[in-house]
Design a protein around this ligand. Sequence first.
Ligand code: AMP
Length: 117
Amino acid sequence: MPEKTIFQKIIDREIPAPLVYEDDLVAAFNDIAPQAPVHVLIVPKKLIPRVGEAAAEDQAALGALLLAAGRIAEKLGINDTGKGFRLVINHGRDAGESVPHLHVHLLAGRPMEWPPG
Ligand code: AMP
């Protein structure tokens, strides 16, 4: 059995981190090193290392990640175009991936630049 990722340990409640959202397929918690006033990580409960390695059977989990983002944004009062939020998924070295457990970054609370760095 491969060692659990840090995110798996949070999902399994082995590392304490308050969950801001949870359903059957995903859990979400605040990033430990926030890059914006709002920085939530949304993670599938099933270990999918990165988005490019997701399989057809992961379709429901992938959809659940985006649905959760909308629900969390609604809860935080940023689910309108006046405020808004950005979703980011990093796959691999050049993108800056550091935790090999698929996660969506939900960033908000400040203007975002484009193109991203
Ligand atoms: P990425 O670079 O896309 O793989 O994102 C990994 C994110 O996980 C980074 O933004 C880290 O700050 C965050 N992170 C790492 N360890 C923890 C932790 N124990 N709790 C919350 N966030 C974490």
